[in-house]
Design a protein around this ligand. Structure first.
Ligand code: MN
Length: 257
């Protein structure tokens, strides 16, 4: 099996090395990742400068060779699949992100975007993220990612299947189990702090800590907070199929003069 690894924390991120170590024996593993941290890059791609690629050798905690790209996570995957790899991969893994990617954060996440880009290329992909605790033991997190990945592979992922996996904070003990749950749509409860400099120029900084607005029902946000590993199948198709037929049968103008 040919596996491509990418991430949004950059090619030198400990989460990527831990994921590499955890899956190295599963096949032929390639790494193409951003040359700098790209968290919250979402599904951005680079239009206005050529993408520089550079071979990178990482020595610790595991040795691997990869290619860095001075672009976004989605750039890395589309460039890897279309130009850098001799053959398209059978599977793309993204992460392990330092920080969870549940609920509406899925939209901001570069980690999920790298996996979604693979899904758009018709390749099964899994995004892995670890909820931040006092300290993240990525080797330990990667062990759980491997177990979840084995289950996903055993289920025979189809062309373009996209799966979002989050590992809870392990500082309070091992995960309580695995929950396959929908993505929460609860909004973010975060804050912009206003600043005025000496010249009276106004700026706003988004606070690093945030929560989610209250929500009801079982979701990735709720189950991750309760220390379950969450597994959420996602779709690139953002169409609201429940509204589609109703809107299509509405009285739209036939033509515009
Ligand atoms: Mn990140």
């Amino acid at each position: 099996m040919r596996i491509l690894l990418s991430n949004d924390d950059g090619i030198l991120a400990p989460g990527l090395a831990a994921l590499y170590a955890a899956v190295a024996d599963m096949g032929e593993v390639s790494v193409v990742a951003p040359d700098s941290p790209q968290s919250a890059a979402g599904h951005a791609i680079t239009l206005h400068h050529p993408l520089s690629v550079r071979p990178v050798r990482v020595d610790a905690p595991v040795e691997f060779s990869g290619v860095s790209v001075d672009g976004r996570p989605a750039d890395c995957v589309r460039l890897a699949v279309r130009k850098l790899l001799p053959q398209p991969p059978d599977l793309v893994l993204s992460g392990i992100n330092a920080g969870s990617n549940v609920g509406v954060n899925v939209f901001y996440s570069g980690t999920v975007a790298a996996a979604a880009e693979a899904a758009m290329c018709g390749i099964p992909a899994v995004a892995f993220s670890a909820k931040l605790g006092d300290e993240v033991d990525f080797a330990r997190v990667a062990g759980y990612c491997r177990k979840v990945l084995e289950r996903i592979i055993a289920d025979g992922p189809a062309k373009g299947d996209l799966t979002n996996v989050n590992i809870p904070d392990l500082s309070a003990g091992p995960p309580r189990g695995v929950r396959v749950v929908p993505q929460s749509t609860a909004g973010l409860d975060d804050e912009y702090h206003r600043h005025l400099d000496e010249a009276g120029r106004e700026s706003y900084r988004l606070a690093a800590d945030y929560g989610f607005l209250p929500s009801h029902g079982i979701s990735d946000v709720v189950c991750l907070a309760e220390r379950f590993i969450t597994v959420t199948p996602l779709k690139v198709d953002m169409t609201d199929h429940s509204r589609l037929d109703r809107m299509a049968s509405s009285d739209w103008p036939d033509a515009f003069q």
